[in-house]
Ligand binder design. Structure first.
Ligand code: HEM
Length: 492
């Protein structure tokens, strides 16, 4: 054997040994739950069907059980499936699983600031402050319910002005939902004709769609590679920056007319908090900007997408639409604007809204969690800081809790006397310490907006919808509704 052959052979052995030992030390070092065998560099990315992250993760459950590990690159992610397992982690062991995991599609813009993506004391401080402010402490005289009712009135006028034409309802639904958040965060709403506000709102949809797209999913799994690859995922950061510019402008406006004795909105409440807390970095300007962005973003696309799904489902079932209207007329009548107390007297409406949220499953993967210390869970050891995906889709469609999980049926939330019945599998807002901070606000909006729309209009589809139309397309981060057109026929 000549020298060059010997050198080549030696090099091959050394490189193979290096790859094997790196692979072994990266992927096999912990007593993590089992899962598909990862490859060097890309981990399990090739096991995820193109553009079908949710479906692939649900399929792994069949093979590896309710707790398993997948690798995005060399980053392990522990996936939790089914009601019992998700409950055990998020509710019974809430503190240990309360960390926020990585979301590479937007981490670069957020940098760990703000309520949604922070951890530790920063998160605790921002969550306590945000929840108490949203509960109406320190936000002026108008209650959140009044702000929603005011917007519901504008929404009805806007729909009437469309004069029964077949239209895509997206833009005015997103505007009305966003106006509620704007009224809370910035102290005012925007006209439906305001073109620059409309443009800003298209950014929300774009970010949601880009995050759920194939390049968005690849960025989620292989951030260190995808950051060098061109594609629509690159727009996400640009869109978020435009939102930040808008918010910073609003903060500047608030500062100019700020009176600590009479706070008008969430921004004023934050400015007061900054004064009270002195040098506490958890309330600095970066955390203020990101918390405002979180509210604005989290509160707009989720609720408006749910409303868009809702109208389509209600039109798919004319008998459900008729029953909802009958209950509205019995409890509220034709003219009075609905209020939140009506909900307890309207079990059918309540059950339909719960079933819509279960069925449409707006955030099927949940937001990523992380362990805040080493955790022993079901015989495995999950090291501190490991990303955890508690899959909401696996809870909302858990066959042990819902008899026919893939069928839309309000009876999942009604007993045999027609009274509202809770179901443990209802977890669209997640559960435990990180449960959605806007749950109360979102549920109030869904109830008041849907009730007022059905009180005033009969919903008519441009074409008949099928079961396939109403079933959410489980792709990635968010279940974005399909495009459709419809007409609103005034009832009076
Ligand atoms: C239908 C509407 C909504 C749905 C389905 C929804 C769902 C969720 C989910 C699944 C999470 C992740 C929870 C977790 O990490 O375990 C979340 C977090 C959050 N949501 Fe919502 N959400 C909705 C509306 C809203 C609204 C209107 C707001 C506005 C204030 C909001 C603000 C937040 C915030 C601030 C968090 C982060 C909480 C934290 O990390 O402590 N959401 N939401």
């Amino acid at each position: 054997m000549d020298l060059s052959w010997t050198v080549t052979l030696l090099l091959t052995v050394i490189i193979s040994a290096f790859i094997y030992s790196t692979w072994n030390s990266i992927y096999r070092r912990h007593n993590l739950p089992p899962g598909p065998t990862p490859l060097p560099i890309v981990g399990n990315v090739l096991h995820i069907k193109r553009g079908e992250m949710v479906k692939s993760l649900m399929e792994f459950k069949e093979k590896y059980g309710s707790v398993y590990t997948v690798y995005f690159g060399h980053n392990p992610i522990v996936v939790l499936c089914g009601y019992n397992t998700v409950k055990e982690a998020l509710i019974d062991r809430a503190e240990e699983f309360s960390g926020r995991g990585r979301l590479p599609t937007i981490d670069q813009s957020i940098k760990g600031y703000g309520l949604v993506f922070s951890n530790g004391n920063r998160w605790k401080d921002l969550r306590r402050f945000s929840l108490s402010t949203l509960r109406n402490f320190g936000m002026g005289k108008k209650s959140i319910e009044e702000r929603i009712q005011e917007e519901a009135h504008f929404l009805i006028e806007e729909i009437k002005s469309q004069k029964e034409q077949f239209i895509d309802p997206t833009s005015f639904l997103i505007q009305s939902v966003s106006n509620v958040i704007c009224s809370i965060v910035f102290g005012n709403r925007f006209e439906y004709t305001n073109a620059s506000f409309q443009k800003l709102l298209t950014l929300f949809s774009m970010v949601f769609q880009d995050m759920s797209s194939i390049p968005g999913q690849l960025l989620e799994m292989l951030p260190s590679i995808m950051k060098y690859v061109p594609g629509r995922h690159k727009r996400i950061i640009e869109s978020l920056q435009k939102l930040n510019d808008f918010i910073m402008e609003r903060v500047k406006m608030n500062k100019e007319s700020f009176d600590p004795d009479s706070p008008r909105d969430f921004i004023d409440s934050f400015l007061i908090k900054q004064q009270q807390e002195g040098n506490n970095p958890n309330f600095d300007n970066e955390n203020m900007l990101m918390t405002l962005q979180n509210m604005f973003f989290a509160g707009t696309e989720t609720v408006s997408s749910t409303l868009r799904h809702s109208l389509m489902i209600i039109m798919r079932y004319p008998e459900i639409q008729a029953k909802m209207h009958e209950e509205i007329i019995q409890v509220i009548g034709e003219n009075r604007i609905p209020n939140i107390e009506d909900r307890s007297k309207m079990p059918y409406m309540d059950a339909v809204i719960h079933e819509i949220q279960r069925f449409v499953d707006i955030l099927p993967l949940n937001l990523p969690h992380a362990t805040i210390r080493d955790v022993n869970f079901k015989g495995y050891t999950i090291p501190k800081g490991t990303d955890v995906f508690p899959l909401l889709c696996s809870v909302l469609r858990d066959p042990t809790k819902i008899t026919r999980p893939d069928t839309f049926d309000p009876n999942n939330f009604l007993d045999n006397k027609g009274c509202f019945r809770k179901n443990d599998a209802f977890m669209p807002f997640s559960a435990g310490k990180r449960i959605c901070a806007g749950e109360g606000l979102a549920r109030m909006q869904l109830f008041i907006f849907l009730t007022v729309i059905l009180q005033n209009f009969t919903l008519i589809p441009e074409r008949e919808f099928t079961d396939k139309d109403i079933n959410p397309v489980m792709t990635g981060f968010a279940n974005v509704p399909k495009f459709y057109r419809m007409s609103f026929k005034p009832r009076i």
